[in-house]
Design a protein around this ligand. Structure first.
Ligand code: GTP
Ligand code: SPV
Ligand code: MN
Length: 592
């Protein structure tokens, strides 16, 4: 497929290391993928689902000990330890290569090496980048064929260039003790061993498009962010684009595909999805910030997805989709997960593969699907996919939104005073942890810009990069906001209805960008006057509750400031002075 010497010599080197029985290049053709699906069904790696109800859909189970990203085994291997920073696990690259090569050596024996040339972003786009992943897993090949652009054209575009990212994935024995996801930002290299779970092995996604790309962005003057991208169309047909960074399993896919409330739909408002997880952004010729979605599909959280919460996501999964770790309905060979509907299958296979009576199993306090079970669906299936999805120039961003799961303290929405204050707002993001990574769930942790697990270099330098981008963008910089859909009442119920009703908040955000609505200045930034959030047609919600979740409690924020100060300490001298100043301003504002 290529004469590129850098590609061929690296593959030869890896071949000598892992010792496969054969090497197969993936060209992305339907015939080749279909043959692989057939083979995977024969070995049990995949189960073909009901082809009448779910055409082209397959089911996969990972090992029980391999169901989420493993942050404590994810390493940044920069030459200097300081370059990885205090929030990453670091290992010396020489030692890391040795350790990984020892694990990988001979591990493809009796297996096939699949060579996947892929593009992150529309092939040939000036914002796109190329990678080659080697894997011994058909599941990985089929997922990469959905999540990225895999084709001969990728190698044609690459030509003789050495500007591509190397990715070696070895399933080995799925041994937890020898599982490592390692990044070598200075070598454009990723090595992942002993896992078969998406975020650890679809190397184009978090490994390349965030950890390696964030480092590239810092060096080359652009940004790789854990952000959805959506277009909001008004009744005049004008579309404005918004990016939003929420931590894993905190609502990016849902917001990206949301359906506006009925009253808005009737007037002609629409939401278009450009991306649901990752944004690559660069200043365009007109000085504005342009974003592309480097991915080609959605690797979405299944539980919670239903015709009410996110119909567009559910419809996207009806064909050509791979389901991982959900439950199966053995009566009709379809899939089920918590809150898909109110009828868990009686004749069910739970995510680990045991045959159970669904309703009884749930009544005993079990879950049929793993909380981090996922669907891998082609972007083109999405009914609201943006007409700009394939536009290699990207879309101009009007607003950047940060957010997390906070039961208390953080209001429904507020606007930063300016870009630098917005960088501060992003840097102090905190959220309750979810099942998307192994470890405790529901613990509040600071997760700046939702990038804590995904920044491939020192986060102090990362904050500095944000300030520099702001300087470069000047007047054209997007406005920065923060949202929190997850405020709870004293009984643990969500106070804000969320989902489609989040449109009401987006509308206020865009009005602020256009200078069409006033706001109240508070200790943390601009908060809406409750009357300015349109509640027309909203159900089981009133303006008094809205007022309560818009309130800024200075005492609570003073406490928050203490937590921020503590969090900032680890960055030492690398913490930009501007963030210290911003923190001082917050403290002062709360004391007034
Ligand atoms: P990753 O793919 O891990 O990056 O997750 P994500 O940020 O795309 O999260 P996703 O949209 O899949 O949502 C995860 C969970 O949050 C689901 O269980 C949703 O039901 C829930 N969720 C999303 N939006 C809202 C909301 O507005 N309100 C409430 N209460 N829950 C929400
Ligand atoms: C996330 O955890 O943020 C995801 C899923 O989007 S994974 O691919 O596992 O990273
Ligand atoms: Mn994500």
């Amino acid at each position: 497929m290529t004469n590129n010497k850098t590609v061929l010599s690296w593959i030869d080197e890896m071949k000598a290391l892992v010792n496969p029985d054969q090497v197969v290049w993936i060209d992305g053709s339907e015939e080749q993928l279909e043959a692989l699906r057939k083979e995977a069904c024969e070995t049990g790696e995949l189960i073909k689902l009901n082809q009448e109800k779910l055409p082209g859909c397959y089911y996969h189970r990972t090992a029980v000990n391999d169901v989420a990203r493993v942050e404590d085994r994810t390493l940044i291997c920069s030459r200097n330890e300081e370059d990885a920073g205090p929030t990453n696990h670091w290992k010396d690259p020489k030692e890391a290569y040795k350790m990984l090569y020892d694990i990988a050596r001979g591990s493809y024996k009796g297996r096939t090496m699949y060579v996947i040339p892929y593009s992150m972003g529309p092939i040939g786009s000036p914002l796109a980048k190329i990678g080659v992943e080697l894997t011994d897993s058909i599941y990985v090949v089929l997922n990469m064929a959905i999540m990225t652009r895999v084709s001969q054209k990728v190698m044609d575009v690459l030509g003789d260039s050495n500007d591509w990212v190397r990715g070696l994935h070895c399933k080995c024995n799925i041994d937890e003790e020898k599982r490592y996801i390692c990044h070598f930002p200075e070598d454009n290299t990723i090595i992942s061993v002993n896992s078969g779970y998406g975020g650890n092995v679809l190397l184009g996604k978090k490994c390349f498009a965030l950890r390696i790309a964030s480092y590239q962005g810092k060096t080359e003057g652009w940004m790789a962010e854990h952000m959805l991208i959506l277009g909001l169309e008004n009744p005049k047909g004008e579309v404005k684009y918004v990016c939003a960074a929420f931590p894993s399993a905190c609502g990016k896919t849902n917001l990206a595909m949301m359906i506006p409330p009925e009253g808005y739909r009737a007037k002609g408002y629409k939401v278009w999805t450009v991306g649901d997880d990752i944004a690559w952004m660069r200043p365009g010729e007109d000085g504005r910030l342009y974003a592309i979605n480097p991915e080609n599909g959605f690797f979405g959280v299944a539980p919670g997805t239903n015709m009410k919460s996110n119909p567009n996501a559910l419809i996207s999964t009806k064909k050509g989709t791979i389901f991982t770790n959900v439950a199966r309905n053995l009566d009709d060979n379809t899939v089920w997960w918590e809150s898909l509907d109110k009828n868990p299958p009686v004749n069910a296979e739970e995510w680990k593969g045991a045959h159970v009576n669904g309703p009884e199993y749930i009544a005993e306090g079990n879950k049929l699907a793993h909380p981090n079970s996922r669907f891998t669906a082609p972007a083109k299936n999405c009914p609201c996919i943006s007409s700009e999805f394939e536009n290699g120039a990207g879309v101009p961003i009007s607003a950047i939104v940060f957010g997390g799961r906070r039961a208390q303290t953080t209001p429904l929405v507020y606007q930063s005073r300016d870009w630098n204050n917005g960088v501060f707002v992003g840097s102090i993001m905190a959220s309750e942890t979810t099942a998307a990574a192994t470890g405790a769930v529901g613990v509040v942790r600071r997760d700046p810009m939702a990038m804590l697990p995904f920044c491939g270099y020192h986060m102090g330098d990362y904050f500095q990069h944000w300030f520099e981008m702001g300087e470069k963008l000047g007047e054209n910089a997007p406005k920065i906001f923060n949202v929190n859909w997850f405020r709870l009442d004293s009984e643990g119920h969500f106070l804000w209805p969320g989902f489609g009703d989040n449109f009401r908040v987006l509308e206020w955000i865009l009005k602020r960008c256009e200078g069409k609505v006033d706001a109240k200045e508070t200790a943390i930034g601009y908060v809406p006057y409750a009357e300015d959030i349109n509640l027309e047609g909203i159900q089981d919600f009133d303006i008094e509750t809205l007022k309560s979740i818009l309130e800024v409690d200075k005492a609570a924020w003073a406490k928050e400031a203490e937590g921020i100060e503590e969090f900032y300490k680890q960055f030492g001298d690398k913490l930009p002075q501007e963030l210290r100043n911003q923190l001082e301003t917050l403290k002062k504002n709360c004391a007034e």
